[in-house]
Design a protein around this ligand. Structure first.
Ligand SMILES: [Zn+2]
Length: 230
């Protein structure tokens, strides 16, 4: 499997290298209807995070810049992509990274699994983002009232078996749930925070991702706001 992964990365690297050269002179974002020139894409992790948090504030107050010039942007991106951040988030239909961060086509490389659980496919996708696309920032995005966390707590409370493929999700989230079970307050919230921070730390510790900054964050379903986790 490792050789297959390397072959995949090698093949995509050559395609990406030519695309990156083309994109160096292409505006990163079209801002439809404002009459202003498009802003350049953030080039550093710090700038990328600033842009994401600024976009989230626009989303939270209901003043998104998007939709952008989708047709024009699609034409620009047809020759290659250059996303400025990768987001590993949950599949929850209420936590859509491009909407939550008010970003457009080609801006974010998003990987989503229930409960933002890691597996080899996720890690390979992230490696592609960091090593080949040179994405400077990885955001691990958890959220409140997560169904995968709820399923995990249900399993630990009742001991009942989890059907089929859901077992992997529960197994991955269970360590965070066990660690936080005795804490006062909302067990689900504690579990989500601990699990999301653990995923962040696991990515940080992997040499494959040394080229990127990795942060963890929590999305609030009620306010729409994203807050970084310690
Ligand atoms: Zn979720």
């Amino acid at each position: 499997m490792a050789s297959n992964r390397r072959a995949f990365l090698t093949v995509t690297a050559s395609a990406t290298a030519s695309a990156a050269g083309a994109l160096a002179v292409v505006p990163a974002q079209a801002t439809a209807g404002t009459g202003r020139p498009p802003a350049p894409a953030p080039a550093t992790a710090s700038a990328a995070l600033d842009e994401l948090l600024a976009g989230n504030r626009r989303y939270a107050v209901g003043r998104p810049r998007r939709p952008q010039d989708v047709v024009g942007r699609r034409r620009v991106l047809a020759g290659g992509q250059h996303p400025f951040a990768a987001v590993l988030g949950c599949i929850d239909s209420r936590v859509v990274p491009e909407l939550v961060f008010d970003q457009g086509l080609g801006d974010l490389l998003c990987i989503r699994t229930a409960g933002q659980v890691l597996d080899e496919a996720v890690l390979g996708s992230l490696q592609y983002a960091v090593e080949e696309l040179r994405v400077p920032l990885v955001v691990v995005l958890g959220h409140e009232r997560c169904g995968a966390v709820a399923a995990t707590l249900g399993r630990l409370r009742t001991g009942a078996a989890v059907p089929g493929h859901l077992e992997l999700l529960v197994e991955e989230i269970s360590p965070a749930a066990r660690r936080t079970r005795a804490l006062p307050g909302d067990w689900a919230e504690h579990t989500m925070r601990a699990h999301t921070a653990w995923v962040r730390d696991a990515i940080r510790a992997d040499p494959a991702f040394a080229g990127a900054s990795v942060v963890a964050a929590r999305f609030d379903l009620d306010s729409g706001l994203v807050a970084l986790l310690p």
